[in-house]
Design a protein around this ligand. Structure first.
Ligand SMILES: *Cc1c(COP(=O)(O)O)cnc(C)c1O
Length: 389
């Protein structure tokens, strides 16, 4: 059973990438537009750092692309998540609901605020938060005191919730927004992987309180390193901008800072790269969706797994394509990964879930059995834009 499974996955990849000459990475960036032009223009201007026109332009271009009222560029996605927690009011000693199935940056951002990530379970279809399970769980552990949400077990306030649109697949926003309203928990959307993904026609990250993007080198577009906050509320957006730029009050020459803040502004040089990458984004999304279509068709003939697909009404950017092994195939995951690596397909498993990492093993959490099962069964396939002409 195991051998047939890894053999048939390998067969599919070999049929799709017949003329492969070198190893196929999981995801690589692509620079075939105005990247060199804008970066050179930035260098020539000498404004490579914290001041310059590309940062403003990148923010405005992000607003246009996502139809977000405000965008605030940041040094990376993790720091943007930290700022998101800050602006929605997360304080040290409080808890924030975070899926156990995510990249470590999501949980770290909460920790950097001095707060505790409180881990919640996932669902099988899009790997998002399991809304129904979460609701039942909250019923059992939450006590309402003066409009606040207190975790009965720890006595700490639950201050916010973060959802992650994993691999670009939109979360169940309707269900999550309901929970967020019912418990008055500000909802932060971790959209690090979902730039170009839409929930019922709305760009991910624009329905919650704050959306957070990442432009790390492995994301759908890159600024080298970078991130951004998408915010609809003007006051929150101003607060985010202020916090990420050392809380400096505008003045032609004087240095007045009105609180302890952060130097999290995206450098102009990175924003120059970002402006060019954003121009290419619509084309990248098309190519990624084409690759997903090809994978879906090819894997529909393979038994023992399913290809992770978008739902009818939502659109995924298919940042990373993934297959989910059937439960009885889970024991063979590593063997499959080894077979694929030997054949130079640099496929990867999904993350080790947060509660299995030493710094988070004692954090509050609900039953995480679906998350644990998903971790044993998910395999990411090569997903670079460059794989599609
Ligand atoms: C990449 C990523 C981040 C962090 O972004 P960085 O820019 O690398 O700090 C956060 N959450 C998720 C789900 C990610 O994939």
């Amino acid at each position: 059973m195991s051998l047939s499974s890894s053999a048939s996955i390998l067969e599919v990849l070999d049929s799709l990438f017949k003329d492969k000459k070198k190893p196929i990475p999981l995801h690589e960036p692509l620079f075939e537009g105005n990247e060199w032009t804008y970066v050179k223009e930035c260098l020539d201007s000498t404004f490579v750092s914290s001041v310059g026109k590309f940062v403003d332009r990148f923010e405005r271009d992000l607003e246009t692309f996502t139809a977000s009222k405000h965008a605030v560029a940041c040094v990376n996605g993790t720091s943007a998540l930290q700022m998101a927690c800050k602006v929605v009011g997360v304080q040290a000693g409080e808890e924030v609901l975070v899926p156990a199935l995510t990249f470590v940056g999501t949980a770290n951002a909460v920790s950097h605020c001095g707060a505790y990530a409180h881990f919640v379970d996932s669902e099988e279809e899009f790997l998002g938060i399991d809304t129904q399970n979460l609701e039942t769980y909250l019923e059992s552990i939450v006590e309402r005191k003066n409009d606040q949400c207190i975790n009965k077990k720890t006595g700490r306030r639950i201050a916010a919730m973060i959802g992650v649109h994993i691999f670009g697949h939109p979360l169940d926003m309707e269900g999550l927004l309901k929970i967020s309203q019912k418990y008055q928990l500000p909802f932060i959307e971790d959209c690090a992987e979902s730039l170009g993904s839409y929930y019922k026609g709305k760009h991910t990250g624009t329905q919650g309180c704050v959306g957070v993007l990442s432009f790390n080198g492995n994301k759908i577009i890159t600024t080298g390193g970078g991130g951004a906050l998408l915010i609809q509320d003007e006051e929150l957006a101003k607060k985010a901008k202020h916090l990420t730029t050392t809380a400096k009050t505008p003045h032609p020459w004087d240095f007045y800072h009105d609180e302890i803040a952060y130097n999290f502004r995206m450098p102009n040089l990175n924003a120059a790269l970002g402006c060019a990458q954003l121009e290419a984004l619509p084309n990248y999304i098309e190519r990624k969706r084409e690759l997903a279509r090809v994978y879906k068709e090819a894997f529909s003939k393979v038994e023992g797994l399913k290809f992770l697909e978008e739902s009818g009404e939502n659109t995924s950017n298919y940042w990373l394509n993934a297959i989910l092994l059937d439960k009885d195939q889970a024991p063979f995951r590593n063997e499959i990964l080894e077979t694929l690596h030997s054949a130079k397909y640099l496929c990867r498993p999904i993350w080790i879930p947060m509660h299995k990492l030493p710094m988070y093993e004692n954090h509050p959490r609900m039953d995480l059995s679906t998350c644990e099962s998903l971790v044993q069964r998910t395999i990411n396939l090569p997903s670079s834009v460059s794989l599609v002409r």
